[in-house]
Each structure stands twice: as structure tokens, then as C-alpha cells.
Design a protein around this ligand. Structure first.
Ligand code: ITT
Length: 187
């Protein structure tokens, strides 16, 4: 396999995947062709449905990813609605919702689910999580999405204050990509 399509509209995700894939001889080609994202209660179902839909249209090996930010004290919100919430109330809206929560009550987890599919084979899923908390203010210019308001456990900087390669060492996507890369090394 010389190249793989990454079907996504998110260039930030592609940059993170390229950074990790530099150890493999597989080129990532971004395809922003869209696919249906069903309303489900978990990311796995969204990724699986999307991958099975794309398999009917594309015969080249591809990956897609569904990710989300789950905030403990908001019962997992925005979770599977992370994209919609980001484009409506954004980071600022999340900070406002969290205004009265003290440091210990700001726990959150980022989740990432990659689906890889080739021809008609059942798509395979690769999952990563990163535990942390919601910051009290937006900080940093790197990354994308909720990066300016997420601080991983044991760190003092937000994801937006660190370089892609640093984020990749600890992030949800870094972990799911490690599993995907291990899988590629063994086929
Ligand atoms: P796709 O085309 O791949 O679906 P997307 O940006 O819509 O791109 P998701 O649905 O997977 O991606 O992501 C849900 C939201 O969570 C979206 O607004 C992202 O910006 C945000 N998000 C996902 N991963 C993130 C990360 O590593 N850091 C910050 N925000 C992230």
C-alpha cells in the first residue's frame, strides 16, 4: 500500500496524521468528499457507519476519524455533538458553561476513533483517549477546534500552546494513530 486516502475536511487532523505517518512509507492524501455522520451515542458507531458508506463509493484504501470532547460535569457534552457545538457556541461558549466549575470539577476526555477500510473488508476501528481538563481561558494558537481550552493530565499548557509533534505524543489522536500504524506495520 503506497498511499491512503484520509477522508476529512479537517486539515488539522491531516497534519497530525502526517506527522505520525512519517515513520511509514505510506502517503496520506486528503479527500474532502464528505460522508453521512449519523446521530449516535458513541463515536464508534458514527465512524463505522461512515466507513461502510464510503466503501460503496471508493475502492482505494482509506481512513476516516470521528473525534469528540466529553466533559464529565456536563454529562459528556458536547461528545458526539462536538462539531455542531464548536461551530455554534465554540470554545467561548464551553468556557461560559463551565464558568462556575472549580479546578477539580473541570475534568474532560478527548476521544478519537479511526476507521480503516480496504475493498469490501469489514472496517477496523482504532481508538485513543486523552484525559485532562477544561482550562479557564483560551490559550495558544496551534492546532484547531477545542485545543485552546484543553489541558492534558500532568501538563500546564493547553493543546494549542504546544507543537503538533508534542500533542501527538499524548493526545487521543496520537494514541489511535499509534494503533493504526502498528496495524499497518503488521500487514
Ligand atoms: P471531519 O471532516 O473529519 O469530520 P471535523 O472537524 O468535523 O472533521 P470531528 O467531527 O471528528 O471532525 O470533530 C468534532 C469536533 O471536535 C470538531 O469541531 C473538531 O474541531 C473538534 N476536535 C476533534 N479533535 C480535536 C482535537 O484534537 N483538538 C481540538 N478539537 C478537536
Amino acid at each position: 500500500m503506497k498511499s491512503i486516502y484520509f477522508i476529512t475536511g479537517n486539515k488539522g487532523k491531516v497534519a497530525e496524521a502526517e506527522n505520525k505517518f512519517s515513520e511509514l512509507n505510506i502517503e496520506i492524501i486528503q479527500k474532502d468528499v464528505g460522508y453521512p455522520e449519523i446521530q449516535a451515542i458513541n463515536l464508534e458507531d458514527v465512524a463505522l457507519y461512515g466507513a461502510e458508506h464510503i466503501q460503496k463509493r471508493i475502492s482505494h484504501p482509506f481512513i476516516i476519524e470521528d473525534a469528540g470532547l466529553f466533559i464529565d460535569n456536563l454529562n459528556g457534552f458536547p461528545g458526539v455533538y462536538s462539531s455542531y457545538v464548536y461551530h455554534t457556541i465554540g470554545c467561548r461558549g464551553i468556557l461560559r458553561l463551565m464558568e462556575n466549575f472549580k479546578d477539580g470539577d473541570r475534568k474532560a476526555v478527548f476521544r478519537s476513533v479511526f476507521a480503516f477500510a480496504i475493498s469490501d473488508d469489514k472496517p477496523r476501528l482504532f481508538i485513543g483517549e486523552c484525559f485532562g481538563k477544561i482550562s479557564v481561558a483560551e490559550k495558544g494558537d496551534h492546532g484547531f477546534g477545542y485545543d485552546p481550552i484543553f489541558i492534558a493530565d500532568g501538563k500546564s499548557k493547553t493543546f494549542a500552546q504546544i507543537e503538533t509533534s508534542e500533542k501527538n505524543k499524548i493526545s487521543h489522536r496520537g494514541k489511535s494513530l499509534d494503533k493504526l500504524i502498528d496495524f499497518f506495520k503488521n500487514i
